[in-house]
Ligand binder design. Structure first.
Ligand code: ATR
Length: 279
């Protein structure tokens, strides 16, 4: 059997997912292809999704701006995707289309790989900066992993409140302004930057100042273009441990691939290869 996989989103012409999944297919010794199925804003989303569903796909990834919009076209949502309210991976199972979200789990697995020590203290203080789709996935996965203190700082307070309200009872969350986050930064053991600030071409921008950061903190940025954002550069210069965004890209893909094929493929040197591609 040859797997038929793909990616819907816009714009996705330059996505790295075809490269990643082609590597996975080869490593797993499976035949198949992973195609880009770009859906432009003026295309009919419904028609395009129906076309994909009737084209023998075994599954597909969903990226911006369709992670929420895809939901009405699916037969069932897995628990995590339901809690997050967004889908990044769709699997065809017994002629039904099931939606999953592997973004948060991918983030957590990458973090655990590089910084296992943080998982030894679930009472540590975490600051999540941003309250978009990615932040939502990460928040839920951190809460599910048992972390008890996750504050959210976002430009728009209501989006942060939405995320906090959807969290479990065991997680304590304060909603703070970006300014307060910068001021109280020394309080946090793990700082996670999830906004698109600092993304190419605005590579000099940082969402908040790191002046008050503790040098014992772990600082993470989910932006991976460039690999070393100004935020991470400054954090590293001040002596903090840094966690790069492209690892989330790899691990969320590894989970998606496992959902489609039941094969967990080792990443081996893919992180290094991806770094070379991105640099
Ligand atoms: P994603 O799915 O990648 O998380 P998103 O849902 O569009 O993307 O969310 C983008 C996040 O970046 C939001 O938290 C957004 O803040 P708002 O909720 O206030 O819009 C944040 N963001 C984008 N540009 C920003 C900027 N210039 N300064 C601060 N935050 C910004």
């Amino acid at each position: 059997m040859a797997y038929k996989l793909g990616l819907i989103g816009y714009p996705v012409k330059h996505s790295l997912s075809p490269w990643i999944h082609q590597q996975f297919l080869t490593k797993a010794g499976l035949a198949g292809e992973y195609s880009i199925e770009e859906i432009a804003p003026n295309d009919s989303f419904k028609q395009e999704v129906e076309r994909i569903k009737s084209s023998q796909f075994d599954g597909f990834n969903v990226t911006v701006p369709y992670k929420k919009q895809i939901i009405p076209y699916l037969d069932h949502l897995d628990k995590q995707a339901q809690a997050i309210g967004a889908v990044n991976t769709v699997v065809r199972q017994n002629k039904k289309w099931i939606g999953y979200n592997t973004d948060g789990a991918g983030y957590i697995t990458g973090l655990k790989h590089y910084y296992p020590s943080i998982f030894a203290n679930k009472q540590c203080s975490i600051l999540l900066i941003g309250a978009g789709g990615a932040a939502r996935g990460i928040f839920h996965s951190l809460a599910a992993a048992g972390f008890t203190r996750i504050d959210i700082a976002n430009r728009t307070r209501s989006s942060a409140e939405n995320i906090a309200a959807s969290g479990g009872r065991k997680t304590k969350t304060s909603i703070i302004t970006l300014k307060d986050a910068a001021y109280h930064l020394s309080y946090y053991d793990l700082i996670i930057q999830t906004t698109n600030v600092g993304m190419r071409p605005n590579v000099r921008d940082t969402v908040i100042s790191l002046e008050h950061m503790s040098k014992d903190a772990i600082v993470s940025d989910i932006v991976y273009q460039p690999i070393e954002t100004e935020f991470l550069h400054q954090a590293g210069k001040k002596g903090a441990s840094v966690h790069y965004g492209h690892t989330m890209l790899l691990y969320q893909a590894q989970y998606a691939f496992e959902l489609w094929t039941s094969k967990k493929v080792p990443l081996d040197d893919m992180e290094q290869q991806l770094q070379n591609i991105l640099e």
